[in-house]
Design a protein around this ligand. Structure first.
Ligand code: ZN
Length: 485
């Protein structure tokens, strides 16, 4: 049985080993900058990880680093992306990997994504991958061809059925898969590489019984999933674009290797579009996370804080699409500010002896939403209901006891802070923009003071700003520039 989501997970989800959950998520293919596409799976599975831990499970969360075998064009053709960059820029391939990995980790920290329990590199598990291939060969579902090893998809299909996860049919696949040039060493166009003989210019290669070469991309996840989580484990996640062929191939590999499929629940987050278009370098809308945080991409009208990006992604259900636009992000920024203002107001609420509010159902509603296939938009809507109650109490339109206020505080801390992973300590500062405007305002007042030859006020504003850490420079046109020292 293949479960394609965590829908009604309360009834369905019983971990394999009581009290512990094994979870594997396909991590970044480390060849590009930490871009927006990396944010969604990371945030989706971070919320699941946080929620499972909140429920009291001990979670082993494995998120791999694809640093070898992810090829430029077709899955089995072309050049490894890391190797290509290393060759062009005359770098050691691991330098390329580390460079991108550092950037990725920095972006994940900014997004408040918790580090997984284990972050294995494909390049660090070559021996295990070779052993895995040997077993598939022994089982008869792979063949050696000119130093490469291919998985025999039609043969596997006859016995076990191929394509169940993605709903693909082998006959259709055979009819639609083009045999690319140089692929003649494969018996069938649907077959995929478990091991590839390295071309002479290929700089990342390892010895094997078949050739000096490198493992195919799909293999690393089957191998490292089994190594760290066992032959059967609870959850496997990734982006919807990985369902086929990557996860379909993973299933085939693990069934050929062990006789049974390794994964009990598959979870796939949907994709991100920008202004209704798919992200792509050729479309000029390939925006890195750093560019979002600093507002430096031409398509962005302002900077968006990491918490705004996180909140925006969680406002949609993980199986639905998310379309990024300046308008939508500004909407999320306002919404997050309202939410964090509610949290701030909550700290100063005065209790009454009597209560006119009903906070009892809020917690249940949040749990029900999370148990229903991780429905974060319903959690957010419920937390806005909590904010409405907070505002009513704050405005004197409702009364709450100390117990009500404590419950509201615990709900906001637990669901908004701990599980959705929004940093509450940032208070209402979802964006720095209001603060920047406040500095501009002070400097405008200083300019007016100068115009009136009110030197005392002008110097006071400059000196006080300097004491806080701002450096102010007067420009020739009578304006000013400022920066934080
Ligand atoms: Zn994978």
């Amino acid at each position: 049985m293949i479960y394609n989501s965590m829908s009604r997970c309360k009834e369905l989800f019983k971990p394999l080993h009581p009290g512990t959950v094994g979870m594997y998520v396909c991590g970044p293919t480390v060849y590009g900058d930490g871009h927006l596409g990396h944010a969604r799976p990371a945030i989706t599975f971070d919320v699941l990880y946080r929620y499972l831990m909140h429920l009291g499970y001990k979670v082993r969360y494995v998120r791999n680093i694809t640093d070898v075998g992810h090829l430029e064009h077709d899955a089995d053709d072309g050049e490894d992306k890391i190797a290509k960059k290393a060759r062009i820029e005359k770098l050691e391939p691991m330098e390329v990997v580390q460079h991108y990995l550092n950037r990725y980790h920095k972006a994940m920290d900014a997004l408040n994504v918790l580090p997984p329990s284990i972050e294995p590199h494909a390049s660090g598990h070559i021996i295990e991958q070779i052993e895995y291939i040997k077993k598939i060969l022994e089982a008869g579902y792979a063949y050696v061809s000119d130093g490469s090893v291919y998985f025999d998809v039609p043969k596997f299909n006859e016995k076990y059925g191929y394509g169940r996860l993605s709903g693909r049919n082998i006959d259709e696949l055979l009819a639609t898969t083009r045999d690319l040039d140089g692929q003649s060493e494969k018996r069938n166009p649907t077959d995929f590489a478990l091991w590839k003989k390295a071309a002479p210019e290929h700089i990342m290669h390892w010895p094997s019984p078949w050739s000096e070469g490198f493992p195919g991309w799909h293999l690393e996840c089957s191998t490292m999933g089994e190594k760290y989580l066992g032959t059967e484990f609870d959850i496997h996640g990734g982006g919807m674009d990985l369902k086929f062929p990557h996860h379909e191939c993973e299933i085939a590999q693990s069934v050929a290797h062990n006789g049974a499929q390794a994964v009990r629940y598959w979870m796939h987050n949907n994709m991100i579009t920008i202004n209704g278009q798919k992200m792509g370098k050729s479309l000029g809308n390939f925006i890195t996370l750093d560019e979002f945080f600093t507002g430096t991409h031409p398509k962005l009208t302002q900077a968006y804080s990491p918490m705004v990006i996180r909140f925006f992604i969680l406002q949609a259900h993980y199986r639905g699409t998310v379309d990024f636009s300046n308008e939508a992000l500004q909407g999320a920024e306002t919404a997050l500010r309202r939410m964090l203002d509610g949290w701030k107001r909550l700290q100063d609420l005065k209790p009454s002896a009597e209560s006119t509010v009903d906070v009892a159902s809020l917690r249940t509603r949040c749990y029900e939403a999370l148990d229903d296939d991780l429905n974060t938009p319903i959690v957010i809507a419920t937390l806005f209901d909590a904010c409405r109650i907070i505002n009513q109490i704050n405005d004197g339109n409702a009364k709450a006891t100390q117990a009500d206020i404590d419950e509201l505080r615990d709900i906001m801390q637990t669901f908004l802070g701990d599980i959705l992973g929004i940093r509450l300590e940032e208070g209402g500062a979802a964006s720095l923009k209001p603060y920047e405007e406040a500095v501009d305002l002070l400097l405008d007042m200083r300019r007016e003071a100068k115009a009136k030859k009110d030197w005392a006020t002008s110097d006071l504003i400059r000196d006080r700003l300097a004491a806080i850490g701002f450096s102010v420079k007067d420009t020739k046109d009578g304006g000013f520039e400022w920066s934080l020292k």
